[in-house]
Write a protein that binds this ligand. Structure first.
Ligand SMILES: CC(=O)SCCNC(=O)CCNC(=O)[C@H](O)C(C)(C)COP(=O)(O)OP(=O)(O)OC[C@H]1O[C@@H](n2cnc3c(N)ncnc32)[C@H](O)[C@@H]1OP(=O)(O)O
Ligand SMILES: CC(=O)C(=O)O
Length: 561
């Protein structure tokens, strides 16, 4: 039998708001996707979203087709108060409605008099999501009040918001832990919220420690015991199971899913909404995102939207992120490639284009002929049936990788290696006669050293000698090489070195060790990576720099002069 709890609500003063905001009259859909990137996602260590960042992310979430965008906690965080004020004027959302997040009233005060509750109304958000305690231990120890007063806090706050025309969602904080400890109290928190007018009660795995079987069992039990409640799930990822737990809850009957883009969030993050939604749509056949009205947006834009949001949050994308990561459909093993050549489905759980991602072949010492053939296709080369050539390239890659080259991180250098075999040599843009660098420090200790490099090469029918200066020998070599080539290939002016990585490959050898240099270059449109290896850092860098110039010129369609 449920424990009897008396809920004493406080009378409400007359309404102070003339009308409810747009969206307030709507009802929840058959299934809600509720994004909390801007609130719970922003609780991630190191993340600091400005109001403009939030205003830039919200339309991307809308484009994805989520039903709700939780914008933050107005009244608690000044930026969030400003977000709601600006969002009302500046955002034109196609599907999503905004939700303001906040807590139930404080113990012992009237909801109407609690400034935090008033701030939720002032935000003009049509939906308000209240975090409410459902674990009696938290009521007594964190809130420092008793069970009945917490229920009154829930009832009062929901009632005030409903009275003012807001739709109310209640996030039952620590629900799973609370239910395990004292199920009747946890259920009474849900019943109180539903009776006061909450349209959805969300079961939160706040500490993120649940496993899928436990989530399934609890959601099933709650559905039986509170049959009139519309249930949601909010999972954190501390056990590494947030996506699986969210799916388990949906399989058990939850119809409201909360999560964050890229799994951002406090500690180890929240359920990654992108993977969860992709799983629900593609694996369980549920249509949970709003259909794109004009054919744009939706699941097919998942990868682009994930990247655009990463740009705004300034958090580097995670290559191995399911569905949208750069490596999500990248294949390295030769055996995989040989099967993929027959049918990509043999080594892929979905067609990557369904989520806007691409299949990529990686060529390395784990490659076989099929990997090289498929990689060739990415470069526009049909190598079908060229068994011997494919074998030679595969062997060259394996030998080079044994010396320290790494082609899966340097596609451009691999393409040049392949061209050597296919065309009998590299594109002949220039012929190097010699190069040298000098590093010099003139003056006392503390004076920065400078570097100078001289490059002698043949291009455009001339012998060119150029000298470059830089803050280090590689920088000086880069300057000298560009200077030498610019006269003949002015296209090089647009090339910019954007990343330079050095790795010592044989640490036992100290300063004698083999060095690998990886560089990334862009011409403003395309970025490409090249590799060089040698016993000497400068030599390795020279190899990567010359590969970069050759690949860049060829990619621009420049003929050797
Ligand atoms: C599980 C979650 O992620 S919920 C979202 C959590 N997000 C945040 O905390 C970010 C925004 N938070 C803030 O800006 C501040 O913490 C504020 C403005 C909310 C409160 O700040 P302060 O008034 O200085 O209080 P403080 O943060 O120290 O403590 C939180 C207070 O809220 C109370 N509280 C906690 N949960 C609830 C709840 N569900 N309902 C009502 N009150 C609550 C606590 O008992 C504590 O009360 P006390 O001040 O009387 O001790
Ligand atoms: C509400 C919320 O963020 C949580 O319980 O984790």
């Amino acid at each position: 039998m449920p424990r009897r709890v008396t809920v004493s609500t406080t009378p409400l003063p007359p309404t102070g708001w003339a009308h409810a905001p747009r969206g307030a009259g709507e009802r929840p859909g058959a299934f809600d996707v509720y994004d909390t990137t801007l609130r719970d996602g922003a609780q991630q260590e190191g993340m600091n979203l400005s109001v403009s960042d939030k205003l830039a992310i919200a339309p991307l979430l809308d484009e994805l087709g989520v039903g709700y965008i939780e914008g933050g906690w107005p009244g608690a965080i000044p930026k969030d108060t400003e977000f709601f004020a600006r969002a009302a004027k500046e955002l034109r959302l196609r599907h999503a409605v905004l939700a303001a997040f906040g807590a139930t009233r404080k113990p012992g005060v009237r909801a109407w008099d609690d400034p935090q509750v008033r701030a939720l109304l002032d935000s003009e958000a049509p939906v308000v999501t209240l975090v409410a305690k459902s674990d009696i231990r938290h009521v007594e120890r964190a809130l420092r009040t008793d069970g009945p007063e917490n229920l009154a806090m829930i009832a009062d706050t929901v009632a005030v918001l409903r009275r003012e025309g807001r739709r109310v969602v209640v996030d039952a904080e620590h629900f799973f832990d609370g239910y395990a400890y004292d199920p009747q109290y946890a259920l009474s928190a849900l019943r109180t919220a539903v009776e006061a007018g909450a349209e959805t009660v969300v079961l939160c795995d706040t500490n993120g420690g649940m496993l899928p079987a436990g989530v399934f069992a609890t959601v099933t039990a709650v559905r039986e015991q509170v049959p009139d409640a519309r249930l949601g799930i909010h999972a954190h990822n501390d056990s590494g199971c947030a996506v699986a737990n969210s799916i388990a809850a949906v399989e058990a009957g939850a119809v409201h899913l909360q999560g964050t883009v890229n799994g951002y969030g406090e500690r180890t993050g929240n359920a990654d909404l992108l993977a969860t939604v992709a799983n629900l749509e593609l694996k369980t056949g549920r249509h949970v995102l709003a259909p794109p009205p004009d054919g744009t947006g939706g699941l097919a834009e998942l990868t682009r939207i994930a990247y655009q949001i990463s740009e705004i949050t300034n958090i580097a994308p995670f290559a191995r992120q399911p569905y949208v990561g750069a490596s999500a459909f990248a294949h390295k093993a030769g055996l995989h490639a040989s099967a993929i050549k027959v049918d990509p489905d043999l080594y892929q759980h979905i067609d990557p284009t369904a989520v806007g991602n691409d299949m990529r072949m990686l060529v390395s010492d784990m490659a076989g002929r099929a990997s090289v053939e498929l990689k060739g296709r990415e470069f526009g080369l049909d190598l079908t049936g060229q068994h011997d050539l494919l074998g030679r390239v595969t062997q060259r890659v394996k030998d080079a990788e044994a010396q320290g080259y790494t082609y899966d991180a340097a596609d451009a250098s691999f393409e040049l290696l392949l061209l050597e075999e296919v065309e009998g040599g590299r594109p002949g843009y220039f012929r190097v006669e010699s190069w040298r660098t000098i590093v010099e420090r003139a003056g006392s200790r503390g004076t920065p050293a400078t570097a100078e490099a001289t490059v002698k090469l043949h291009a455009g029918g001339e012998r060119i000698v150029a000298t470059g200066e830089g803050n280090g020998p590689v920088n000086a070599l880069d300057a000298a090489l560009r200077l030498a080539l610019l006269r003949v290939y002015p296209e090089l002016a647009e090339f910019e070195l954007i990343d330079f990585k050095v790795r010592i490959l044989d640490t036992n050898h100290g300063t004698d060790a083999i060095t690998r240099v990886l560089i990334e270059t862009t011409d403003g449109t395309t970025a490409w990576s090249t590799v060089g290896v040698g016993p000497n850092l400068i030599e390795a860098a020279w190899e990567a720099l010359t590969d970069s110039a050759i690949w860049g010129l060829r990619n621009r369609g420049v003929d050797p002069r």
